[in-house]
Design a protein around this ligand. Sequence first.
Ligand code: PA5
Length: 424
Amino acid sequence: MINLDLSRAVSQAELRQYESVVNEIHEIIINKNGRGSDFLGWIDWPLNYDKDEFAQVKKVAKDIRDNADVLLVCGIGGSYLGSRSAIEWLKGLYSDDHLEIIFVGNSFSANYLNQVIDHIKDKSIYLNVISKSGTTTETALAFRILEDLVIARYGVQQSKRRIIATTDANKGTLKTLADLKGYQTFTIPDDIGGRYSVLTSVGLLPIAAAGIDIDQVMAGALKAMIDLKERDLNKNLAYQYGVARRIIEKRGKSAEMLVTYEPQMVMIGEWWKQLFGESEGKEGKGLLPTSCCFSTDLHSMGQFIQEGTKCLFETILLVEKPLSDIVIKVNQENLDNMNYLAGKTVDHVNKKAYEGTYDAHTLVGDVSNIVIKVKESSPFAYGYLTYFFFIACAMSAYLLDINPFDQPGVEVYKKNMFKLLGKK
Ligand code: PA5
C-alpha cells in the first residue's frame, strides 16, 4: 500500500547506525512501557476496537445520512483534524453527496459561526460534538450556541436524536451534560490521546456519515498494524521514515515540509502537523512540521525551497492513482500553444510536475526529499497511512527521548486566556 523512497534523503549506512536503538524503542512501543505509555491504546486498536460501539457508529451514521442535509461536527485539534482530512481526501472538495459536513467549534470566529448558522437555516441538521476533556472552550462555546439552535428548531425530544456527543466514557462536563439531556454518546478511550483518535468514534462517526466505508478504514489500519509490528529496521518502513527524520535533523535541518500534490489532501497535512508537532515539540526539541500543496505552492513557496535558507527537508506524499482524471483534447486553433499536451491526462502533467520538482529541489536546491507513495485514495489506504504515521511518529519522538503522548505546552495560552476572560 505504501512505498518509501529514501534515496535522496539518507543512505543505508546512516540508517544502519540506528538499528540497535530502534530495536530498544520497538520493545518499548510493543510492550507499552516507555514514557507516556498510558496513551499507547492506539497500538492494537485496529484489532481490539470495541465492535459493539463500531456497529452503533454505523447505525447512527445511517440515521444521519437518511435524515440530515447537514452534519455539524463540533471539535478542535485531535477531535477534528482526522475526520476532516479523511473526508476531504477521500471525497474531494466538491463532492456531490446529499449530506454536507461542516466543521465548527475549531475557532473563536464569530463571523464563521454566523455564516454557518445562516447557511443551515433551512436545512435538516444533526450535531456531533466531540471533546475528550469535555471542557475545550472553542468547542464548548460553539456547542452552547448550536445546541440552543437545534433545541429551538426541533424541540427537546427530537434533539435527543439529533445531538450526539463523543467524549470520555465516565467523566467530564460534556459526559455529564449529555447524560442529563439524554443525548446519545460515543466513547473516546482513556488510553488514546486526541491526535491518535481518528480511528475511534471521534473520527469514525463523521467519516461513516460522509458515506465512507469504515470497515475498509479499519481493515487498512489492521494491515498496517500487522506489517509494522516488524522489529527489523530494514523491513519496517514506518521506522525507516521516523529514523530518516532524525538523521536529516542531525545535519542541521529544523523543519520538515509535508508536500502533497492534491488540494483535497491539504487537510492531511494539517492533521500530520498536529501529530508530529504536538508529539515532538517539547523540551526545546523537535522538527517544525509544515506543509505545502504543489504545484500550487511552488508559485509561492517554491522560490524559498529552491534557493532560500537551507533549514528544511521535504517529505513528499504522493498518490499513484488519482480518484479521477481528464484527457487533454487537441484544439484546432492552438492559440494557447498547449497542443503538445493533447492526448495526455491532467494527472500525467501533475506527475511530471512532481518529477521535475523532485530533481530541481534535490539535485539543484540540495534539499533532501523523502518520498512516500500511496497506491490510491481509498478508505483502506487512508487507514493504512494513518497507522503508518502513528508508528513513525512514536519511533521518531522516542528517538528524541521525550514523551510523545502529552502536550503540556498547550495549556499556557489557555491559562492566560481564562485569566483575561475572568474564568474562576
Ligand atoms: O491532541 C490533543 O490532545 C489536542 O489536540 C486535543 O485533541 C484538542 O485540544 C481537543 O481536546 P478535547 O478533545 O479534549 O476537546
